[in-house]
Design a protein around this ligand. Structure first.
Ligand code: AR6
Length: 165
């Protein structure tokens, strides 16, 4: 699995699946979740409603509606609460469960944003370390390309430094 780093709007990417940093209701929200539902249209929300919700650390897959990607994998990151509420393990689980879903659906390319580091306030450097470690430890059969998509310069610089080590 090739790991790439890009600074982009994830809704523009033509990959098999983009990952959404959703909430437990799966009914949309702000941040990257809002951007994905706005650009993807009502088909995504309709499928999310059918699924009915998702636990923190888990992931579900839907159509990508009008987006250039084929699927959206929605995962629910932990809300940072000082680090004593199992946040690190839950964030790791988001990455692993998303990759597992991609694998089960025989997808070959996936783009993942910086889950939990926006509205959910997870410390960015710790989140980047967990994301990279989870991806590097994942044994993949079908996925050949994973793009870490950073929207902000701070996250992009953190990932660049960690990936170059
Ligand atoms: N493309 C790529 N990354 C983006 C984009 C985009 N278009 N827009 C924002 N980001 P956040 P969370 C980055 O807040 O912290 C929602 O309301 C952003 O810069 O989207 O997991 C949900 O419904 C940040 O680095 O997600 C939940 O209620 C990263 O995406 C809650 O927010 C994640 O920030 C989830 O909070």
């Amino acid at each position: 699995m090739n790991i790439l780093l890009i600074r982009e709007d994830i809704t523009k990417l033509n990959v098999d699946a983009i990952v959404n940093a959703a909430n437990k209701s799966l009914l949309g929200g702000g941040g990257v979740d809002g951007a994905i539902h706005r650009a993807g249209g009502p088909e995504i929300l309709a499928e999310c409603k059918k699924i009915g919700g998702c636990e923190t650390g888990q992931a579900v897959i839907t159509t990508a509606g009008n987006l250039p990607s084929k699927y959206v994998i929605h995962t629910v990151g932990p809300i940072w609460n000082g680090g004593t509420a199992n946040e690190e393990a839950l964030l790791k689980s988001c990455y692993i469960q998303s990759l597992k879903l991609a694998e089960e659906n025989l997808l070959s390319s996936i783009a993942i944003p910086n889950i939990s580091t926006g509205i959910y306030r997870f410390p960015k450097e710790l989140a980047a370390k967990i994301a990279i470690k989870s991806a590097q430890s994942f044994k993949s059969q079908s996925i050949t390309e994973l793009r870490f998509v950073c929207f902000e310069e701070e996250n992009f610089n953190l990932y660049a430094e960690l990936l170059n080590q």
